[in-house]
Design a protein around this ligand. Sequence first.
Ligand code: TSJ
Length: 680
Amino acid sequence: MASAKQQYTAENIQVLEGLEPVRKRPGMYIGSTDQRGLHHLVYEIVDNAIDEAMGGHANLIIVTLHDDGSVSVDDNGRGIPVDIHPKMKKSALEIVLTTLHAGGKFGGDDSGYKVSGGLHGVGSSVVNALSVKMHAEVYRDGKIWMQDYERGKPQNDVKAKGETKRSGTLIRFWPDKQIFDTLEFSLVTVMNRLRQQAYLTRGITVALLDEREKRSEEDTKLPRLYRFHFEGGIAAYVSHLNESRDVIGKPIWFEKDTPDGYVEVALQYTQSFQEMVATFANNIHTTEGGHHLTGFKAAITRTINAYARSQSLLKEKDENLSADDVREGLTAIVSVRLKDPQFEGQTKSKLGNAEMKTAVETVVNDKLAEYFEEHPGEARDIVAKCTLAARARLAARAARDSVIRKGALEGMTLPGKLADCSSRDPSECELFIVEGDSAGGSAKQGRNREFQAILPLRGKILNVEQARLDKMLANNEIKALIIAMGVGIGEVKDLSRLRYHRVVIMTDADVDGAHIRTLLLTLFFRYFPELIEGGCIYIAQPPLYKIQRGKEIVYAYGDDEKAKTLKAWGIAEKDMQQADEDAEAEEADEMKSLMKAGAKKEEPKKTARVGIQRYKGLGEMNPEQLWDTTMNPETRSMMRVTMDDAELADATFTTLMGSEVAPRRKFIQTRAKTVKNLDI
Ligand code: TSJ
C-alpha cells in the first residue's frame, strides 16, 4: 500500500478503505461464498427495491437473470437521490453504493420501519464490492443518471445521460468469480424468494425473467418468465400453503399499526395435523421465531379457550386446550415491521424485541375474538378441530408410546445395514444417507471410518411412500434412519441424543434421487425441524461430469466448470457437442426407462480421447472417486438445508401425494416434464 497516494485519488482511497474488508472476508458480510452467498447478492439488491415499494413509492420490480451471468433489478420508485452530499462531496448514489451501511440515510418521510434487509442486513455496497462490475441507472427529474463500478470502485462520476419520462432505479451487477465458488444462479431459488417477498408486500408486482442460454437441468424445465402479484398478501400466502389441504373457512386476516410497530397476521385452520406457522420481521423470515411468535401462540391459545368456554364448547370440568392442541392443523403467517429489529440466535433469525410479544398478542387477542363473534359457524368448527386434537393427543400417546418403546429397544441394536463410524463424539460424526446398495458399497469403502457412517436406503422406498407420510414412518428404511440418528420421534423425541451432528443426504442426480431427497426433506421438515434449524442437515454435492484426457481426470460440478475445463484444455465446446448429444439421448432414454419400474441404467458410452461422462448415479464412481469429489471434508462442498428448502420440498411432496385431486392435477400440468416420471 506504499504507493497508494500515487495510485488513487482521495475519493478512491475512501472507497478502498470502505469496501476492502468486504472483499477480504466476504463470508462476514454475506454468510458464505457458495451458491447461497451468491444468491444473497440478489436478495440484498431486491430488498432495497422492496423497501421503496413498502413506502408506497413503487409497485413494480423486475428482476432479470442475464445471459452474461449478471443480474439486474429495476424498480419504478423515486430513484435513488443523485444530488451531491455536502460533506462527502459525492453523489448520494455513489455513497449508497460505495460506503458500508449507507442505506436508508437519505430517508426521512418514510424511513419509519425501513431497514436494509438481507440475511445479515448488509448494504448494497457489499454487493458492489463483490461484483466484478456494477452498473447503476437512476431515472429521476426527467434525466437518466449513470455510474459504473469495478469491484466496488466508481469508474466515473455520476452523470446524466439522456432524458426519460419514467422514474426508478436499475442496478445490474456481475458477481466476481474471484469471490464465489459458483456463479450459477438457480431460477428456483430466486423465484421462491421473490414469490415470498411479493406475498409479504401485497399489491406489488415482482417479475422474474430468465434470459440465460445455458441453464441448469432443474431450471431448463421451468418457464422463463414469472409474475408475482398478490392482492391478498399474506392471506394469499396462507391459501397457497394450504392449497392441497382440507381447509376450515377462508383465511382470517388482520393488521394493526401499534406504537411498537406494524402487525399483520393471516391464519387458517385445516383438517390436517400439520402446523405451519411462519413469522417475519421486516420481511425477513425469522426461522428461529422470537417474541412475535411467542405473542401469537399465547394469543390463539387464550382466545380459542375463552371462546370455547363462553360458548360452553368446553365444559367446566374440561381442561383448557393446550398450546399444541390449538396449533394442530393451523397455517399462519405473522409479519411485523418495526423500527429497530434485533436479530438473535444461532442463525440471527430470531426476533429479540420483547415488546413485540405484547404487540402481537394484543392485536391477535382483540381481532381474533372479534372474528369469532362475527363468524360463529367457523369459530365452532375451529374449536371442534382443536378439541379433537386434544382427544387424539391423549389417545395417541398410549399407542405411540408402545410403538416408540419398541423402537427404542430396536435402537439398542443399530440397524444392520448401518456402517457406523468409530468415533462416539457426535460433534465430529457424519451420517451419509445413501441411495441404493451399490452406491452404499462405494461410500462404505471410500469413507473415513473414523467419523463417517453410511446408511444405505433401498430404492424400494419409492413405492412405499406413494402412500401417506404417516405410513412412511412405519417403513423400515425410515425407521432405520431414525434409530441410526438416535433421536427417537414423537413423545420420546430427544434431540440431545443425536449421534451425528451432520446428516448428509447423498442421492443420485436423477429423478429417483430427487424424489428420495424430497421425501427425506419432508420427513425432516415435519418431524425434525430443529435439526434443519440447527444446521445439521446437508445435501451432498457430487460432481455432474467427469472429464478425462488420457490419465488426467477433472470433475466438474456444473456446466460452467465443464466449459472452463474444456477451454483450459483448448477444446472447443462444439467439438464436444456429439458427446453432449449422446449424453442427452441417453438421458431421454433413462427417463423413458424409468417409467418401467426396475429398468436398469446403462453404462454411458465413452467418447474418444477427451471423454465427458455425465454422472447419473453415485454408483458410477468408484470408492476413491466418491471420497475425492463428494465426501472428503477438505475438498467437497455440501449444501446446508434451510427451512425454506424443506418447506418447498414439503409443499412439493404434499402436492404430489395429497389426496385432493384438483391441485395435484394442476401441479402435474404446469410441471409436466418434471413430474411425469415421479408419477409412476
Ligand atoms: F441500493 C440499491 F442500489 F441497491 C438499490 C436501491 C437497488 C434497487 C434496485 C433499488 C433501490 C432503490 C432505492 N429504489 N428506490 C430507492 N429509493 C431511494 O433510495 C430514495 C428515493 C427518494 C428519497 C427521497 O427522500 O426523495 C429517499 C430514498 C431513500
